[in-house]
Design a protein around this ligand. Sequence first.
Ligand SMILES: O=C1O[C@H]([C@@H](O)CO)C(O)=C1O
Length: 553
Amino acid sequence: RVRHYNWNVEYMIRKPDCLEHVIMGINGEFPGPTIRAEVGDILHIKLTNKLDTEGTVIHWHGIRQIGTPWADGTAAISQCAINPGESFHYRFHVDKAGTYFYHGHYGMQRAAGLYGSLIVTLPKGQNEPFHYDAEFNLLLSDLWHTSSLQQQVGLSSAPMRWIGEPQSLLINGRGQFNCSLAAKYGNTTLLPQCNFKGGEECAPKILHVEPNKTYRIRIASTTSLASLNLAISNHKLIVVEADGNYIHPFSVDDIDIYSGETYSVLLTTDQNPNKNYWLSIGVRGRKPNTPQGLTILNYKTISASVFPTSPPPITPLWNDFNRSKAFTKQIISKMGTPQPPKTSDRRILLLNTQNKLEGFTKWAINNVSLTLPITPYLGSIKYKLNNTFDKTAPPDTFPMDYDIFNSPVNPNTTTGNGVYTFELNEIVDVILQNANQLTGNGSEIHPYHLHGHDFWVLGYGDGKFEPGVDEKKFNLTRAPLRNTAVIFPYGWTALRFKADNPGVWAFHCHIEPHLHMGMGVIFAEGVHKVGTIPTDALTCGLTATLFLNGTHP
Ligand SMILES: O=C1O[C@H]([C@@H](O)CO)C(O)=C1O
């Protein structure tokens, strides 16, 4: 079945956190419309750019785009940005049930609010490997009171102006900046209490439940920066899905969710039905300066306006990384799901560093900070164009004597836009290595997202990856499949995937300002096998020149 959507991307004036902001939305909605489709469906989204002065694209996060790499929605990688007034037709299969989302992938349009939910369900008659009576969907994001344009210019200035922590956290596009729902408990530092009548644009979306039922709560984080922890007072959460893949169910009081990740949790409404309960999200991983995002779990047995009798869950300490690791390491694949090949054909080690370049601050991988080319890679490589990007591949490794525990001895980086090219069907290991930041002591969390594939997470380790030793710790029997995985401070993360999807794919830190500062690499495989790229994806740079010369590439 083909599902048709006609979408206009536009700027709107809205009050997502009760204060007025210019925000990006789709067809008048913020967040954009939720797509619900069934496995096997084809989505056909006609996306029209109604922004007056900038291009746009949309990435379908977690959808592998098998056979349709031009529909991945990455500006300068899979397609040309859509010009103001013009439209692009995204046409692709959704081939795997799960919780996904979509978002802008040009400049910092995700921070500007360009995102929404994408849910793929099993065909009717097929059952999930767990039971639930009904479901909710939570899309989590963070909001700044500075515009994404100001952020982008600040990040690209010398000296760099960092964006700082978000002003508000949003649940389904709603937050409360100048007040707290929980102010009466006095734990939300000086924020006055919110008084909602109910119809306000920023009033929380309440989860109305019946007692003694099981609910599936789909959770996706499209934050620009924040790593979040989500909890629901008094209720256990059973985690069953991660990034569109079933995992071995485990029960927790709260979950950590990094930008680019999705989860499904099951919640049983087995608590006192004469009370309501908090659902909270709070910042972890960076020193927080943002009030919790809150909404209410309302047992329909009572009114939703009855206040919970105790304060919201306390977000675990931001820098309790052992706690974060303990949560992450509980995620293992569901018994019987595909396991990684026992060996790989190629290994690349990627060192992540914060650097300097002529007074600018950059993030680099193996000392190359990514600057995207003018002609999108997919068309460039498919039509073998010259001088469109660096034809020398970036390094597969970094000096093994690099001291990851201290700020760089030589902080200077280079910029580049070369490509890691894989043989089609090659088994690739990527070892992501974290390191100390540019100045002072510290190492930040980075959630890495791979386009076009899921990868197996083989393991996480502290300190520097030791080739020949650390492989022995790889989990080759219950490695979870995901599309996003985090590197912890001063640690490494090992991933394995099969390069089986002809196309050009970004692999990058999902923290939007970090990507903007160069924290990504480009992978390509089997591009000669890519089918006819729609003309609309090629009308910029050198591919456009080919059209002008009358040579359809
Ligand atoms: O890229 C970043 O820059 C700042 C800081 O390192 C310098 O201000 C920060 O916290 C980042 O994540």
